[in-house]
Design a protein around this ligand. Structure first.
Ligand code: S3P
Length: 172
């Protein structure tokens, strides 16, 4: 029996492969929340894959779609929003995110991230840096902004989904 627990939305941010989609799936099931997978929704609406959107219209275009979507989601309640990994990089997005609810940063080591993303080719920003050093470098560039945006932080290295969600709910 799913139960409602939160009177705010949950916004999941963090690096690619940090676990945003997995954790949002689980939270939405357990707590009967609607799930909004930003990348998925953008790809569906554009009728194009994320790499094709980047290649055809450029990154800025994609980033604007992300901002618009965050604003659109503010009308919703009881939603878990799984952001794309770059969403917290724009200051404007961080403001809009905060209006959506609690912002949860998921973290993992570059080694863990590498293992999770190595067989996936849907992430244009990893092109040319799909190795531990490249991931680590981009993560360092982004760290400050991720941390500044977050209300709470949950590490996902070497933990199963249930343990991660328990920790997350406790910290909320
Ligand atoms: C991006 C992360 C991706 C996707 C796009 C850009 C980024 O989302 O939005 O490829 O800049 O970190 P995931 O974090 O779901 O892979």
């Amino acid at each position: 029996q799913a139960r409602k627990l939160f009177d705010y939305n949950i916004v999941l941010i963090g690096f690619m492969g940090a676990g945003k989609s997995t954790i949002s799936d689980y939270l939405s099931t357990v707590f009967d929340m609607e799930i909004v997978e930003m990348d998925q929704l953008i790809a569906d609406r554009e009728e194009m894959s994320i790499p094709d959107i980047f290649a055809t219209y450029g990154e800025e275009y994609f980033r604007n779609l992300e901002t618009n979507l965050l604003i659109e989601m503010q009308d919703k309640k009881n939603v878990v929003i799984s952001c794309g990994g770059g969403v917290a990089m724009r200051e404007r997005n961080v403001e809009e995110m905060k209006k959506n609810g609690k912002v949860v940063l998921l973290t993992a080591s570059p080694e863990t991230i590498y293992e999770r993303v190595k067989d996936n080719n849907d992430r244009p920003v990893l092109q040319g840096r799909k190795n531990v050093a490249g991931i680590s470098e981009l993560m360092e560039q982004r760290r400050e902004k991720y941390e500044a945006a977050a209300d709470i932080v949950v590490n996902t290295d070497d933990k199963d989904v249930l343990t991660i969600c328990e920790e997350l709910v406790q910290k909320l």
